[in-house]
Structures are given as C-alpha cells and as structure tokens.
Design a protein around this ligand. Structure first.
Ligand code: ATP
Length: 320
C-alpha cells in the first residue's frame, strides 16, 4: 500500500481537521502518501483529489470545520456512482480510504468496501449517534459550545426571572442535551429516547417559581420538537415568562476541545495502522477508553447507538 485517501462527509464537526491531520501524518510517518479528497463523496466522484503535504497539516488541529470541505451527495447511494468513485481512486493510485463522518458517510465507506475497495469509517459528528463507539469526534466541542450558551442564558434568565427553553442539536439522539443540560444545571432535560410529561415539567417550573427560584432552564433535544413548539405547550399549562431559543449551527463550529483533538489523533493513527495491516471494511471507535474496530456492515445493520439515559435520572436527582 502506497497511498491513503481521506475525505470528510455529512455534517461538519469540530475535530475533523485534527482527524485529517492525524491520518495524513500517521500515513506519512509510515512512509505512505496521503491524498485529500474535497467535498466528500461528491469530490471523490468528480476527482477533486490532491496530495497532502506535512506542511499543509500545520496549524489545522485547532481549526473548526473541515479544510477538505464537506457535502451531502445522495447520488452516492447509486452503484454506478460508487463505481465512478472507485475509478477516480484508482486513477490517483489510492489504495485505501478513510471516511470521516456520521452513519450516512459510513454507508458510503461500506459500499466501497463491498466493491472491493478497502475503506474505514471514522466517527466525526457532533451528534454522538454512531454505533460502535462511545464517543464521536466533535461531540465534546459541541457540548462545550452549547454549555457556554446555556450559562449565558442562565444569566439573563435570572435577571428577568424567565424560563428558557433551549433547543440543542443531536438529530435523533439526546446526548448533547443530556451532557450540556447536566453541566448547565437544567431544571429539565427532554430527549427523544424517553417520553416526557409536559404537565410534570410545568408543575415543577411553577413550584420552582413559588419557592423563589429566579430562573428555569429546559434543555430540549432537537429530535423531540422545536423550542417554539415546546414553549407553546408550557404556555398552555400556565408557565409564565417563557422564551424559546434554538442554538443551531453555532454548535458545529469553533476550535475543537483538547478531548476532541486527542480523540481525533488516536482515531486517525489507529485507522492508518489497520489499513497497513491490510484491514478494511471497519468502523473504528472508542469503548471504555480503548480503541476498537468492528465490521462496518455489522455495525450499521445490527447495532444502534445507545444514549446513556441514566444521565436524565441523575439530572432529576440533582435538581430535586
Ligand atoms: P451527520 O449525521 O453528522 O450529518 P452523516 O454522515 O450521517 O453525518 P448524511 O448526510 O447522512 O450525513 O450522509 C453523508 C453522505 O454519505 C451522503 O450525502 C452520501 O454522499 C453518503 N451516503 C449516505 N447514505 C449512503 C448510502 N446508503 N450509500 C452510499 N452513500 C451514502
């Protein structure tokens, strides 16, 4: 094996650049060449591919977003498009590919492997919703950004004695809501993995107010409903002075945390090690702080990300 290709795909996440750097530099230190593919699978098919030099990797560990750009390219679900992608990889003499992204991107890597081209899926998404790993690159930064916003919201909520409903990202997973919510001392965390009782939440907020608590915070995962819709429901139950906020894409940006940078570095190095051993078709991850690799098809088809819903119980106890 001489050349490894790298692409970033799906929603961008802080730490994608740290991931690209780690793969490229690990490959180079093993005497291989690294090739960057712009715009995910779209760039792969278009042949938007260039050699990466070590100097290109200088300084990118601290930058948010992805220097390789990202794209949604649904056409990659078609076999003829996948085969075109493989043609391009062969044209550039690339022997193996690392795909950094979420579970959709993993499907792309899986398809390439099924066509005989060794590819590895590396978890890069803020949502932390990929099976086969406890944590994804980008999650820790997204939680930190959300927490910073929640702390600020708590300040203004206190000054005006308001109840804020803050919607955070996570697609179908409640991980960001749980982690940011606990850290921000939320009065309630609402996640898609569990039913919620709007009446109980409204009663608790009203009781808090009656007890003299000067602000209330509900952290709502986007997979449940919008903050505006949740506010309407609370209003109907007589909660006063409510405000709804959607944090949105700010959660994706920013300089990655040390934890995301280190995770990206470990994943990138591990991916290269596996490819050097001739292994592909794998999804890599971290479980109990150990690097793990599992069959990408089995991971996608037979496993689901499991959100640690016990964190919601913990929050309820701490907010008692
Ligand atoms: P995130 O969830 O963080 O946004 P993701 O990787 O899940 O990331 P998707 O938009 O689902 O984001 O997928 C990214 C890209 O992966 C798609 O635009 C497409 O190019 C490719 N892809 C998705 N599903 C498949 C599939 N079934 N077969 C081949 N390629 C796929």
């Amino acid at each position: 094996m001489k050349r490894i290709g790298i692409l970033t795909s799906g929603g961008d996440a802080a730490g994608m650049n740290a991931s690209v750097r780690a793969i490229a530099r690990s490959a180079m230190s093993a005497g291989l060449e690294a090739y960057g593919i712009n715009y995910g699978f779209a760039g792969l098919v278009a042949g938007d591919i260039h050699k990466l030099e070590s100097i290109d990797m200088d300084g990118i560990i601290s930058r948010g977003g992805t220097v390789l750009y990202s794209a949604r390219f649904p056409e990659f679900a078609e076999e003829k498009t996948q085969l075109k992608g493989i043609e391009q990889l062969k044209k550039f003499g690339i022997d193996a590919l690392v795909v950094i992204g979420g579970d959709g991107s993993y499907h792309g890597a899986e398809r390439l492997t099924q066509h005989g081209f060794n590819s590895i899926g590396m978890p890069g998404t803020i949502d932390n919703d990929i099976p086969g790993t406890d944590f994804t690159v980008g999650f820790d930064t997204a939680v930190s950004v959300a927490l910073d916003a929640l702390d600020r919201v708590n300040d203004t909520a206190t000054s005006h004695q308001r109840t804020f409903i803050v919607e955070v990202m996570g697609r179908g997973a409640g991980d960001i809501a749980l982690w940011a919510g606990i850290a921000a001392d939320a009065d309630a965390i609402v996640i898609p993995e569990r039913d919620y009782d709007i009446q109980a939440i409204a009663s608790k907020i009203k009781q808090n107010r009656a007890n003299g608590k000067d602000h209330n915070l509900v952290v709502l995962a986007e997979g449940v409903m919008s903050a505006a819709e949740f506010k309407e429901k609370l209003d109907k139950f007589g909660v006063l002075h409510t405000r709804a906020i959607t944090l949105g894409h700010v959660q994706r940006g920013g300089s990655p945390t040390a934890r995301d940078r280190v995770l990206a570095s470990r994943f990138g190095d591990f991916a290269v090690k596996l490819l050097l051993e001739g292994k592909g078709g794998l999804a890599i991850g971290i479980k109990d702080n150990k690097l793990v690799a599992s069959d990408i098809i089995d991971t996608l088809e037979n496993h689901k990300h499991v959100t640690d819903v016990s964190l919601q119980d913990l929050n309820d106890r701490l907010r008692f």
